[in-house]
Design a protein around this ligand. Structure first.
Ligand SMILES: [Zn+2]
Length: 433
């Protein structure tokens, strides 16, 4: 092959192993288009790039060039790195000796990074593979050719950085206008299939509201997370642009805080510390938002450690007033040694004592009878002396793990306990073993 004639980089290496198709030059066409590149690009479709490359190869037919049928197309990938599926395949083919020449439309299709490019060229060289850009002809076996390549690549890198800056400017402007600028959507919203917009996912939005309400009720991240786990709720699951499904993980204190402080839920977007009215609908009312933001700042809300244990109520979230069909919440009067903890019907608290025959229950009495009922139902539950040895957090966890709901009938002064089916099955299996 005459060097320099068509810009191919082909080393005539006499030591190279003889190839069965020595007369032919097997050409693989690589095409790439990134999503950030504008439509003003002269040749932006993968088809157009391939067509141009095929035409070029055809024009070299007399030299023995043939286009391989395989497609190495990376649609929607940046040239800034080498993390591209078709490129990976191409390099594998090069290493497997399946081709003799890589043809691209322009140098920057293969890479916009000088460093990556140099690395790839050395792989090509090692396997005696040449490289051709049909619109930019140069020959890397000469120093002028290498200089040309360096200049081309520097421009490609400069161009990429410019695109990056423009993209960031556009995103800033979009955020100030309240637009969604992409990323992983949060619980409660989906990305509109039409793109660029958040739409409410009703089922998830209901959960988000319930989580805000739970936090308002418990005023403790730990108890709220425990209740979220009990209900089996998880973080947002979503499908990436690439079609890859990501299942939502379990809630923890940090993810709860992120959810409770995410201004998106009020229908706004935040940009550089400023909030702007968003294009999407709100899930949380301004009142609820303000109340919860206020609660979060309370030192005990997200506190860790033992200091919080004195407020841990054993039956928190489990106890209901059956007459009013509302929850009974933990409270206490007095302080320090003279503290009288009790559970209070929420209906009675809000609408006056007269509405409810149950009103309130001393905490110790109801807790003792619930524990006795648990011991009756589950022989493996802590006995009285064991119970007193374990700390309050574990006591709360133990009860919450077994009991699903406790109903209190204030008129008959009776309680009914519903156990978790899973906990009971486990207990049965253990007693059989
Ligand atoms: Zn009541």
């Amino acid at each position: 092959m005459e060097s320099g004639k068509i810009g191919a980089v082909r080393k005539n290496n006499p030591q190279a192993k003889p190839q069965p198709t020595a007369a032919r030059l097997r050409c693989a066409i690589y095409t790439r288009k990134s999503t950030e590149e504008g439509l003003e690009q002269e040749f932006n479709s993968l088809d157009a790039q391939r067509e141009a490359a095929e035409a070029f190869i055809k024009s070299q037919r007399r030299e023995g060039w043939i286009a391989l049928p395989e497609f190495y197309d990376d649609g929607g990938f940046t040239g800034a790195n080498m993390d591209r599926p078709a490129l990976t395949r191409l390099l594998q083919s090069v290493e497997a000796g399946e081709l003799d020449c890589v043809v691209v439309y322009k140098v920057d299709r293969l890479s916009r990074s000088l460093l990556d490019f140099t690395r790839m060229l050395s792989v090509f060289e090692k396997h005696n593979v040449s490289f051709v850009a049909v619109t930019q002809q140069f020959n890397t076996s000469t120093s002028l050719g290498r200089l040309t390549l360096n200049i081309l690549l520097s421009f490609a890198q400069f161009e990429r950085e410019l695109i990056g800056e423009r993209t960031r400017d556009k995103m800033s402007a979009a955020r100030r206008k309240g637009k969604w600028v992409g990323g992983c959507p949060v619980l409660g919203y989906d990305v509109d299939p039409g793109g660029g917009r958040l739409v409410i996912n009703e089922e998830e939005a209901e959960r988000v509201r319930a989580i805000f309400a739970l936090f308002e009720e418990h005023r403790s991240a730990m108890l709220t997370v425990a209740e979220i786990k009990r209900r089996g709720w998880r973080l947002k699951s979503w499908t990436r642009k690439t079609g890859q499904f990501r299942s939502g993980g379990p809630f923890a204190s940090n993810s709860l805080r992120r959810l409770l402080t995410n201004i998106l839920y009020t229908g706004a977007v935040r940009h550089k510390g400023q909030s702007y009215p968003g294009e999407h609908a709100a899930i949380i009312s301004p009142d609820t938002w303000a109340r919860v933001q206020n609660l979060i700042t309370h030192p005990t809300a997200f506190a860790r450690g033992r200091s919080r244990n004195k407020h841990l109520a054993l039956l928190s979230g489990l106890l209901y007033c059956d007459t009013c069909a509302t929850r009974m919440v933990y409270s206490y009067s007095g302080k320090n040694d003279r503290k009288y903890p009790y559970y209070l019907c929420l209906n009675a608290q809000r609408n006056g004592w007269a509405v409810c025959p149950g009103k309130s229950l001393p905490a110790r009495g109801i807790e003792q009878s619930v524990l006795a009922r648990i011991r009756q139902a589950q022989c493996r539950f802590f006995d009285v002396s064991e119970w007193e040895q374990i700390d309050r957090t574990r006591q709360v966890e133990a009860v919450q793990a077994i009991v699903e709901r406790i109903g209190y009938d204030g008129a008959a002064r009776q309680i009914s306990i519903r156990f978790r089916p899973a906990a009971m099955e486990q207990a049965e299996q253990e007693s059989l073993a």
